[in-house]
Design a protein around this ligand. Sequence first.
Ligand code: TRP
Length: 328
Amino acid sequence: MGLILSGVQPTGNLHLGNYLGAIKNWVKLQNEHECLFMLADLHAITVHQDPAELRENVLKVAALYVACGIDPKKSVIFNQSRVSGHAELAWVLGCNTPLGWLNRMTQFKDKSGNDREKAGLGLYAYPVLMAADILLYNATHVPVGDDQKQHLELARDIAGAFNRNFKTEFFTIPEPLIQKTGARVMSLTDYTSKMSKSDPSEYSRINLTDDNDIIRNKAKKAKTDSIAEVTYEPEARPDVANLINLISVLTEKTPQAVAAELAGKKSSDLKTMLADSLIAVVEPVRTKYLELMNDRIMLMKILDEGAAKAGRIAGANFSKVKEIVGFI
Ligand code: TRP
């Protein structure tokens, strides 16, 4: 593996799904590979953001990255808008992307809703910017969740198109790094949907900033069924199995081992175990996060240094792109 790049949009709080499904894996990757972890603020403004809120969210997510274990000494943590090459390369790549490819993107279809005439160009061009994020560093591997697989596939196609159009092999075709299915964290109130920041119910998710009382309360309200005794039967009792699966991911035990501990117990015991396992994972992250949010100077320093490092790699690559394209 060469260079790894990934990122999230700094909108709203990060939740447990982001941590267990993505960031926890990034923490492992940084020990063996060169990694860049981005705060995609350019992507965030594809839907209107309040400027003060955006600023705060970038700092919050940067703090959460570090609190989750991303080490700024090992990995490059930066916000996308600080490195001008992202937007510049997106333009060049856009000139090599057929509309037909963009028209197939399911996320645009979902996000633009019924009135497509009103959707912004940014929302439509979003996947081209994401391709630029990756290709600007010639990243070889990109950890992504299911929802971003199609965008990564497009990034590969765009890299191929550019290479063909300019008879070059400059861009590396990036490979996806797909997470193990075990880390797919589902909603606490609906076992069929992924834990998500866009779910209207706060009870569906655990935010990494939730305090212990909130966590206990959410665990108490998590969906079970009307059978008193706890058993692990994913087909027949999917709500109970969902909570056991979550405990299993949190404690790194098998669902069967968790179920064995709960044999003969009641759903209130299941919820207590859920709360305890959640707190064991979230509390240390939250504590570190609060510490960092109280030290803005330190946070800004991390982002300054990250932008400088990312800018060096991006600058060298983008100069080559300009040369290939014929810019003076
Ligand atoms: N689009 C991604 C998301 O919403 C975030 C993102 C932006 C990203 N650029 C990226 C992820 C490049 C991986 C690689 O989750």
